[in-house]
Design a protein around this ligand. Sequence first.
Ligand SMILES: NC(=O)CC[C@H](N)C(=O)O
Length: 365
Amino acid sequence: MKKAYLLLADGTLFEGVSVGAEGASIAEIVFNTGMAGYQEVLTDPSYYGQSVCMTYPLIGNYGLNADDFESRKCWVSGFIMREACDYPSNWRCDRSLDAYLKKEGVVGLAGIDTRRLTRILRNSGVMNGILYSESHEPDEAMIEQMKAYKVTGAVKAVTICEPEVYPATTEQKHRVALLDFGVKRNIQRELCARGCEVTVMPAYTDPQTILNGGYDGVMLSNGPGDPSENTEIIENLKVLIGSGMPIFGICLGHQLLALAIGAETRKMKFGHRGVNHPVKDLAKDRTYITSQNHGYAVVGDTVNPEIARVSHININDNSCEGIEHINAPIFTVQYHPEVKPGPQDTAYLFDQFVSLMDEKKGGAQ
Ligand SMILES: NC(=O)CC[C@H](N)C(=O)O
């Protein structure tokens, strides 16, 4: 068995065994507390530029399958786990984790104490690191490069180049423009299942193209990187906000919309990544268990109450988890309603978006 290592920016070195591809990879190291869902993690474009440590100790047990990919490829820079399963068992499984990581050229590390790594990241905050396999040891220059690393140009790196149209899978009621900042497929599926024809559009699409395209609503997707970096997109969103079009934003889409209405975002110490984050819907006075993957957050106090209200908060740390526009049919959430780790969850938000489009159409008739 080949060895592999993780060197953190603070000098801590972990030694384990190599899984997946061999090589060396610089990234921001983050942890995810989900007990399952590693296939969705690997293919979620929001992890671009990051290596993910799964805190659940057994990863790969049910392999990977053709249905659960969230996008066209694996986006993580590296993958870290306590124990990687060699012999997956599941009726849908058609490949192993090791084979998938090899095919995607992603370096993996198993056999380390992931609890120790998670404690370091929780105490010091997310940190850069190099994941490397035996005989790919980094030199001084690479170590310096790792220390200075920052995820940049992320949306540009993951968005599609040409629009793609997906038909409604029930009787068509609406046409939705889905801006792809790094979209997870399940967002598009949830909309198609509710009678929406979905046009996935490149992140930098001119807002006039959307306004002239005969769409009933705009969906702003999740995506990677620092939200405040996306100045051109934020300007485009200002135009869409002013148009009166129904808009629903998820994760990066939520952060970009908040920036477009003058609020601020901040980098969190170690973010929220997992499938059991409690979020309270303030209007309903009800708390939901949500799936999350973000390292930045909207600063709730900077949301101008004359423009929007904070609609959701995280019960663990009181951070802003959603906003709702006061005068326009616009709402956003920081978490992922397209993910359903339990039977009930928050997919009702897609119904809410469809209702806004129904109302808008009804009013226009
Ligand atoms: N999943 C997302 O959309 C993440 C948003 C942003 N890149 C963050 O880390 O906060």
